[in-house]
Ligand binder design. Sequence first.
Ligand code: GAP
Length: 480
Amino acid sequence: MTTERTQSDSDDRRMDKIVALTRRRGFIFQSSELYGGINGAWDYGPVGVQLKRNVKDAWWRSLVEERDDIVGLDTAILMHPMVWKASGHVDGFSDPMVDCKLCKKRFRADDLDNAICGQKPSKRPGQCGGELTEPRNFNLMFETFLGPVSDTSSRTFLRPETAQGIFVNFANVVATTRVKIPFGIAQIGKSFRNEINPRNFTFRSREFEQMELEFFVKPGTDEEWFHRWVQWRRDWYIGLGIRPENLRLVPHEKLAHYSRATTDVEYRFPFGWGELEGIANRGDFDLRQHQRGIRTVARWDGGDLQALQLVEEEQDWHRGKLSYFDEETKQRYIPYVIEPAAGADRATLAFLCDAYDEDSAPDAKGQLETREVLRLHPRLAPVKAAVLPLVRKDGQPERAMRIYEALKRRYVVEYDESGSIGKRYRRQDEIGTPLCITIDYDTSKDGTVTVRDRDSMRQVRVSEDRLLELLDETIHREPR
Ligand code: GAP
């Protein structure tokens, strides 16, 4: 569920500045920009890819590596088409659309208040005098064909979520590992949806990355686990620096047919509140559907999937292939699933928006000027420290390079010797580098360097030998 609201002027300006900074400093570019760009797809530049990687690593670390009850998985984007029939995506993963007969544009029927018609001056759909068609369902999955022949039997889809790759591997994981319920399977990967109105920068894209966890529990314990996961997932964003006042939990009043409860974690973007992650109690819906799917596939003649009926459940469905045998209670059952499903691009955008700030700093002549700074949590910052010789002579570059080489073994650090020191600080502020280490004339005398803190701009002199320790402390400190 998304409740993006209309932007105010100052929110507009803030978002424009964030987009401009991410473009200028190489975080995010429009896909195929050289050719005029395409809508709904984005490229992450050198610092952007590092930031997004740090977000995904923090997620993976907190779930798969720090817990004993979750394992990881990396499944294929291309899957058997019957997966998408059984999951309900072939029949139900669609948005109601209307077409304007005048401007020929297509709009989401349930979002007409936020849509703009192609006629000038811009108007809401229908206000241009064009007649709108009746709503028709438009499936959001991208179709593709396996092999050289393009017919219904070779047709499949780019996955619209990573979750199904987990469900169809449930039995493989149980058979090959030592997991016991309750346990989870986590996956990070690309998903594709042919969104009608991709918008708000990377927020709603056609190609994006998801970070999904399917946590399997014994029926009857699901509510308790659901509430735990809602809190844990909210806390994860706060632990990485998101201000609590910019987060809210929104329980769904109207539930999807597979859901027994859903709560969204929403972030207050400059363009309004928007969903970062949905936590759903999916009951046993998915595993039961796949039990029907694997029986149906034997009868599929390669014809149109939409016309195909899934076979009914067997009477002893709870003993089927995707059931679980509980050694302790000697019971066999289909587990329930709690699913915290997050977007890596949305989380990255939220961290960028929350970190963006402006204050003032002296320019080369000592006059105050506006400084743009990304106050990213040091764990997420793309570059942890910049090593800067004050001048390009007197042995300073060589000494700085030695420090850089030593720090680089443990952390992503940058060496920069070009331009005034003020300009170099400003660049590092804009990519969110927590520490700048300057090598100056005193370094050769007493082995100390200047360490400048990104947020306070305070400078302290530190012995060269303490730099690694200082970096460790900075990266592992609590959020502001
Ligand atoms: N398996 C459940 C599922 O996919 P979802 O709410 O449709 O649930 C989960 O997606 C998360 O994936 C969302 O909360 C959002 O962060 C991200 N997401 C979904 N559609 C997206 C899009 N078009 N662009 C960017 N991120 C998207």
